[in-house]
Each structure stands twice: as C-alpha cells, then as structure tokens.
Ligand binder design. Structure first.
Ligand SMILES: [Fe+2]
Ligand SMILES: [Fe+2]
Length: 345
C-alpha cells in the first residue's frame, strides 16, 4: 500500500482495481482523483461526463493498482447506486462499513424483488437469486452481521419490502434456533424466506390493499398465492424442500385454522412455522392501508401470546428487541429507500 493509505480525509475514499474494473472503462460514472505522492495531495484526474482514451484508462488502472485512486464522498450516491446494481461489489470494498453493506444489500434485493414482481420470468428470478446469494455470502463470513440487517427492517408496506423484512426476520430466527448448519442450507433458507409470497403477483392487486374484510371468493383467490409461489419457483427450476415449505405453509397455523391444507401442530414443518412467524411479524411492524405499524416488542409479544404460532419461534422473537440489546437501535430504512429511488435515474 502506498502513502495514499495514510490520507485521513473524510472527503475521499480509495477504490481498488476490482471496483474500478466494474465501471465503464472509458466513461466512469464519477469523478476520479489521484494521490500525488510528491506533493501529498489529491488532484482530479477525470471528470464524470468525459471520456477516457485507452491510454488514459490504462494509466488510471495502474494508479488504482498502486492504491492511489480516490473517489469523492460527494459522489457517494452514484457509487452506491452502482453497487446496488452489481451487488457482489459490496463484498470487494473494504471501505464499506457493516451498516452500509446491509443497507446496499437490502436496497438491491428490494429492487430485484420489485422487478420480478412486475415481470415474473426466470431471468428476473436469476437476478434476485444472485443478490440473495451475495447476502448469504456476506453473513456467512460473520454471523453477527445478521443483526445489522435486523436493525434495518422496513416500516412501510409494499410487496418487495414485505419480502425483505420476512427474509431478514426468518433468517434471524432460523440462525438462533439452528446454531450449526451448512452453507447450502443457509442459502436455501434465506431464498425460501424471500420468495414465500411471490405468488401474490398473480393475485389481483386491489385485494392486497383492501381495507375491509375479504369476500369468500376473494379469500379463495388470495389463498391461491401459496401454490402460485411454488409454481413460479418451479419455472425457475427452484424446487427444494425449504422453498416449498415456506411458500406452501406460511399461512398454516398451529391450531389448524390456517390454509391451504389446515395443517396442525407438528404437521407443519419447522420452516413453515418460522415463515409463519416471520411473515406475520414483517406485516405487523409495517404500516398498511388497513392497519397501523406496531412497535417491534409489541408485535413480538402479540405473536408469542397467540396460540396459532409456534412458541419456540415467537418466543425467540420476543427476546430480540429488548431495550439496550443489539437490536434496540433502528435505522430508518424507508427513508434510505426513498432517497435511493429519488436519486436513481
Ligand atoms: Fe402469504
Ligand atoms: Fe407474506
């Protein structure tokens, strides 16, 4: 590492070769600065909007490899949008803090889910799958990182935000319970949680936000989403056990009052039970057209006191949000999302 690493300047951050290579070679989307070792200052080497010749691009690549290429913090939003589109880059940037990575991952999955929801075809699922696998990779390397995601649950409802909330809460619950597990199981579980409701895209959208009680035929249409989810995932060649259980059993209840199969108690798989708790919790903490967002601790307590849910999982959840605990401080993820969407071109 060069002297540049001794620069202690809040206004700039260093970028590495892998990140540089992810930009357009001739038209990087942001300003670039080079560290001049002789005079110990950063000076501009490229202005966004311009075009680099092959020779200039190679020179910049060399400077970058030597650790002398910098980006201004004022271009942070451009940089973050770039990362959200190519989420695997978050695994390569050592400058990102844990909370920033969690934020970018959440934004990436939210976007991909939205895109899939609008266009439920295998190519879109492939992109969602890819992003979820970036998150499992990131958390797998340090399991405590799941807490940074738990501090960033959405409080406003949309299909994508609901999917992300369920993904995070369900994975957290599973990790607390399982303790030891293989990477493959972890990958599958997180993906299953994310897509538990994808079949909702086949349900008439007005039903999703309907304030009054559903009529019997509307209820039937709604109930179809469990099987639609499984079918949609099969189109993407995704048909493993955890996924089928999450999609098909997340509306089953311990007392047999759920749907579609009216399973009872241990007829419901553990993945089904986890998804039920995570799904309900994810919905309760968000503001919906027909209900106010509940406080985390209140929602968890309600689930724990409700005999329809497995108390092993609702119990774990009710211990999560204690005052002063690792999850007691919360980040306004809806504001981050709005900010991201409003600055995206
Ligand atoms: Fe559902
Ligand atoms: Fe759901």
């Amino acid at each position: 590492m060069s002297n540049a690493s001794t620069i202690n300047n809040e206004d700039y951050f260093q970028i590495n070769s892998e990140i540089l290579a992810s930009f357009s070679k001739h038209r990087p989307p942001l300003d670039l600065y080079v560290f001049r070792e002789d005079i110990c200052v950063l000076e501009p080497i490229f202005r966004k909007g311009g075009r680099l010749t092959d020779q200039q691009a190679e020179k910049i690549a060399e400077l970058c490899a030597a650790g002398n290429l910098f980006v201004a913090h004022s271009d942070q939003n451009v940089y973050k949008r770039h990362m959200v589109r190519q989420l695997d880059l978050v695994l390569l940037d050592p400058n990102l803090k844990e909370g920033e990575v969690a934020e970018l991952c959440i934004l990436g999955v939210t976007q991909c889910y939205n895109n899939y929801y609008e266009q439920p075809v295998p190519d879109m699922m492939e992109l969602l799958y890819r992003d979820v696998m970036v998150i499992t990779e990131y958390i797998w390397n340090d399991k405590h990182r799941i807490n940074s995601f738990m501090r960033r649950l959405y409080r406003k409802w949309s299909p994508a935000k609901h999917a992300v909330n369920t993904m995070i809460v369900g994975t957290w619950l599973w990790m607390q319970k399982e303790k030891e597990y293989a990477r493959k199981e972890f990958d599958r579980l997180m993906l299953a949680m994310t897509v538990h409701d994808v079949g909702m895209c086949k349900v008439p959208q007005f039903l999703l936000t309907k304030a009054s009680n559903l009529k019997p035929d509307e209820r039937d249409k709604m109930a179809q989403h469990t099987i639609s989810s499984v079918k949609l995932m099969q189109k993407s060649d995704l048909k493993f056990e955890e996924l089928i259980r999450a999609c098909f059993e997340h509306h089953e209840r311990m007392d047999g009052s759920g749907y579609p199969q009216h399973l009872k108690g241990n007829q419901i798989s553990s993945v089904g039970k986890i998804t039920a708790v995570a799904d309900s919790f994810a919905a309760m903490i968000t503001e919906r057209p027909y209900a106010k967002a509940k406080d985390f601790a209140v929602a968890a307590k309600e689930l724990y006191e409700n005999a329809k849910y497995d108390t092993v999982y609702s119990g774990l959840l009710s211990t999560a949000f204690v005052a002063g605990g690792p999850l007691s401080e919360h980040v306004d993820m809806d504001a981050k999302f709005d900010d991201f969407v409003s600055t995206s071109s």
